[in-house]
Ligand binder design. Structure first.
Ligand SMILES: [Zn+2]
Ligand SMILES: [Zn+2]
Length: 207
């Protein structure tokens, strides 16, 4: 993916939903993925939006099934940013999802050139992924469960941060040495705030 400028979800017109009027010119390829049982995961992350045709492939890093396909089909590798437009003959999201959930074999029709809207869905995901990685890189997990450790209240939710915190409320430290619940501060940082909620220290979260 290039580093195209952020596309805003504004001014979506009916015309822009169907940017290509000649399907025969679409750069399409077919792919067949197989798994041995329903419990085996496809490992394919998809962006799906009711106003956007197809399912945009956003993350393949966990997909052994796709890795296998790509090793055997170098001329048509499935890549992030491609769009699945048909699954086992279905083109509506509901049935496509159903096929992903229950089928052991999937015949896919994949498009290598996303429309503007499909590209936008991908970019939103990619930006969020980059930001999540940047947030994970700056927060430091803290052993709050050690005896005698008490950081007082989390200044975001005002609940205590000490040994009584369960598994779901890991305490973390920002570079400015302020402590918060991990879930609280992640929510804060992932919604576009790049400063410590307590001291306003600017955090380097380039995305
Ligand atoms: Zn909190
Ligand atoms: Zn701070």
């Amino acid at each position: 993916m290039g580093t195209a400028a952020m596309k805003q979800p504004v001014a979506i017109t009916v015309a822009s939903l169907h940017p290509r009027s000649q399907p025969s010119q679409w750069p399409l390829y077919g792919a067949v993925l197989e798994r041995s049982c329903e419990g085996e995961l496809w490992g394919i992350k998809l962006a799906v939006h009711r106003h956007i045709e197809g399912m945009v492939i956003t993350d393949l890093s966990d997909s052994e099934v796709v890795q296998e396909w790509n090793e055997q089909n170098e001329e048509h590798p499935i890549q992030e940013g491609h769009v699945i437009i048909e699954v086992n003959g279905y083109r509506d999201h509901e049935n496509m999802k159903q096929q992903f959930a229950s089928s052991l074999s999937m015949q896919l029709l994949v498009c290598t050139e996303p429309s503007d809207l499909q590209q936008w869905a991908f970019d939103v995901f990619a930006q969020r992924k980059n930001l999540t990685a940047a947030v994970d890189a700056i927060i430091q997990k803290v052993e709050a469960h050690r005896e005698g450790t008490n950081f007082g209240g989390c200044s975001i939710c005002h609940d205590d941060m000490h040994a009584s915190c369960g598994q779901g409320s890991q305490v973390v430290r920002l570079p400015c040495k302020h402590h918060f619940h991990e879930s609280c501060v992640k929510r804060w940082l992932l919604t576009g705030n790049h400063r410590c909620p307590l001291c306003n220290h600017h955090l380097a979260l380039e995305s």
